[in-house]
Design a protein around this ligand. Structure first.
Ligand code: BTN
Length: 264
């Protein structure tokens, strides 16, 4: 690995229930160190955000988890998932520049990476505390690399994409993993050096999230309104159509296709 911290130990498993579950169990017993990476060819119980499943056919996607030990107070831990998606995005962009593929990727709050509105990558961050009282975050990344449309279930086909679909060529998953870990490490080391003040700003400027109309679902509530950007903790600020100012810490965002003139 070209990285120094992330991937200092890298385990590749043929099959596991979930790389996040495995690494989290190890972190809870202090059996894994900061920077440890577990990658799998196949997950039998891959997990997504909001209790969803994460499906990928064996050998086509990148499915891995990284153990991070950020020195952050609990109310700033949301920033880690923004940081991870930003790092993955920047790593992917560096990889695509090297392979001369010019595709435009975007971020969707809180931590999806999209190509042409379809999901290319998802991030699931899970925090815990080790027996010695150290806070850790297991950052799980599911990145669609070599899937073709028929690899996605009919339900997902309209909403998901892969690097192969986006670029028309197959990719080395090892090369993509190296690039993505490098992007994550750069972002993580900056967090360690400079603290978290820059994360929400950097993420917002890459996501084009300000003055965009969207529908936000959180818990059982769905509201439409105008996105105003992120709070310093990474929470989404929305002015709802009935005039309320809302701060959403966790939920799902759908950008409206129909934007007021002059926006988008
Ligand atoms: C999302 O819902 O968008 C997040 C998906 C995260 C999936 C990855 S795959 C590797 C790691 N292990 C899991 O069980 N989930 C994450």
């Amino acid at each position: 690995m070209p990285t120094h911290l992330l991937g200092n130990t890298l385990r590749r498993l043929e099959v596991v229930d979930s790389t996040n579950s495995l690494l989290k169990a190890e972190a809870e017993l202090e059996r894994a160190a900061e920077g440890a990476v577990v990658a799998a060819e196949h997950q039998t119980a891959g997990r997504g955000r909001l209790g969803r499943r994460w499906e990928a056919p064996p050998g086509r996607a990148l499915l891995f988890s990284v153990l991070l030990c950020p020195d952050l107070p609990p109310d700033r831990l949301t920033l880690v998932s923004l940081l991870v998606s930003l790092g993955v995005l920047e790593g992917l962009e560096a990889y695509l520049r090297r392979t001369a593929e010019s595709i435009h990727l975007s971020l969707k709050w809180p931590n999806d990476i999209l190509f042409q509105g379809r999901k290319l990558c998802g991030v699931l961050c899970e925090a815990g505390v080790s027996p010695s009282g150290k806070t850790f975050v297991v950052a799980g990344v599911g990145l669609n690399v070599n899937q073709v449309p028929k690899d996605f279930s009919p339900d997902l086909r309209q909403r998901a994409t892969s690097l192969r679909i986006a670029t028309g060529v197959e990719h080395s998953r090892d090369a993509v993993l190296e690039a993505v870990l490098q992007g994550m490490e750069d972002a993580y080391l900056r967090l360690k050096r400079e603290g978290s003040g820059w994360v929400a700003k950097a993420w917002t400027s890459r996501a084009g999230l300000v003055d965009v109309r969207a529908t936000v679902t959180y818990g059982n509530t769905k509201v439409s309104g105008l996105c105003l950007g992120l709070e310093p903790e990474g929470y989404l600020r929305v002015r709802t159509d009935d005039g309320r100012l809302l701060t959403v810490s966790s939920g799902e965002l759908e950008i409206d296709h129909c934007q007021p003139e002059g926006l988008i």
